[in-house]
Ligand binder design. Structure first.
Ligand SMILES: Nc1ncnc2c1ncn2[C@@H]1O[C@H](COP(=O)(O)OP(=O)(O)OP(=O)(O)O)[C@@H](O)[C@H]1O
Ligand SMILES: [Mg+2]
Length: 330
């Protein structure tokens, strides 16, 4: 039985300018004990999918189960299995940190939970903030409390929607050590993040969403293998000519080209020289998940055709009817 199963999940939103299909026939099974990454650009549908998983939003069609429990028909039991760290910083301003965690324990009917609460406070660097009011905490501290709140009832399935946004380097490391330990102990983890190096390091399997559709789904190692080998990277002193710029990934003065072999490298450097530009700090590095992500997202067909997608359900035809039902959240 999968820890999380999304079965043909579609969600439409009614907007001022018409209707929007935020999720389009998403099917995905996440096994028990997996560390799974859900990636996609802003607006791809990640948070919508998580809101449906958490029972906060109804799908327009499709079904979601958590350890076999239907999130709609069997809401209380499905919710009990889940610890969700939301993307938005939401908290009760009247509680201090310990009270907020006790309240959350009570919500799930967990009594005498102070030992675990202390361990959470310790592991997340919140021990000295236990009596601080939620209003007094910095943004990063609030996010730590949200993580503690999600874990307070020891859920077997942990869902993290950008848990490290705005979190400093040190806590990121502590947080990942802690989550990795929970995963080793058997907890399932579903993570969304825009820090692709985190996803590459942590997630054994990854799905990529683009405009509400699964466009890549595979083991992280396979996705990396599908990338074009190496990347040529250098700094330039002026703008690249458009023909070259189209092939490059450009960050300020740094440009990067996918390079299959020595021939590619020579060609790009020669083209830069011919354009009268000067390349500095030239280096060659292995392609990483960010390169794969950019390749998948820039694929004009929108199907991620170059990327292996074993287990991914092929996306349905392009003529899908774009209607909205206007069904609102629970
Ligand atoms: N309540 C809503 N009403 C109308 N449109 C919505 C609503 N919630 C989300 N959307 C739209 O659905 C799409 C998916 O949004 P979602 O928040 O799921 O994206 P995301 O992948 O989580 O993005 P991000 O990386 O920015 O967090 C977006 O186009 C968004 O504007
Ligand atoms: Mg989101």
């Amino acid at each position: 039985m999968p820890a999380i199963s999304f079965q043909s999940v579609t969600r439409n939103f009614q907007t001022a300018s018409g209707s929007l299909r935020a999720l389009d026939d998403v099917s995905l099974d996440i096994g028990e004990g997996e560390f799974f990454g859900l990636l996609g650009p802003n607006g791809a549908g990640k948070t919508t999918l998580i809101a449906i998983l958490a029972g906060l939003l109804r799908p327009t069609s499709g079904r979601v189960t958590v350890l076999g429990h239907d999130v709609q028909a069997d809401y209380a039991r499905a919710r009990r299995m889940l610890g969700v760290v939301p993307q938005e910083l939401v908290f009760d301003p009247f509680f201090n940190v310990r009270e907020a965690l006790r309240f959350q324990s009570g919500y799930f009917g967990v009594k005498h939970n102070d030992d675990w609460i202390d361990e959470l406070l310790q592991s997340l660097g919140l021990a000295d903030k236990a009596s601080a009011n939620m209003r007094q905490l910095s943004g990063g501290m609030k996010r730590r409390v949200l993580v503690a709140q999600a874990l307070v009832h020891k859920p077997p399935v942990i869902v993290l929607d950008e848990p490290t946004a705005g979190v400093d380097v040190e806590l990121r490391q502590t947080l990942w050590q802690f989550i990795a330990r929970l995963n080793k102990q058997g907890n399932t983890v579903l993570l969304t993040t825009h820090y692709l190096e985190e996803a590459e390091a942590l997630c054994a399997r990854i799905a990529m969403l683009k405009q509400g559709r699964v466009v890549a789904l595979d083991r992280t190692s396979e996705l990396l293998k599908s990338a074009s080998g190496n990347v040529l990277r250098f700094k330039i002193d002026a703008e690249l000519p458009p023909a070259l710029a189209r092939q490059a990934r450009i960050t300020g003065r740094i440009v990067q080209f996918p390079a299959h072999g020595a021939h590619d490298i020579e060609q790009y450097l020669a083209a830069v020289r011919e354009a009268g530009l000067h390349a500095e700090d030239v280096e060659i590095r292995k392609a990483d998940l960010e390169d794969v992500f950019l390749a998948v997202m820039s694929d004009k067909s929108g199907s991620g055709a170059d990327i292996p997608s074993a287990g991914a359900k092929p996306s349905s035809g392009s003529g899908a009817v774009r209607e909205a039902t206007g069904v609102e959240a629970k």
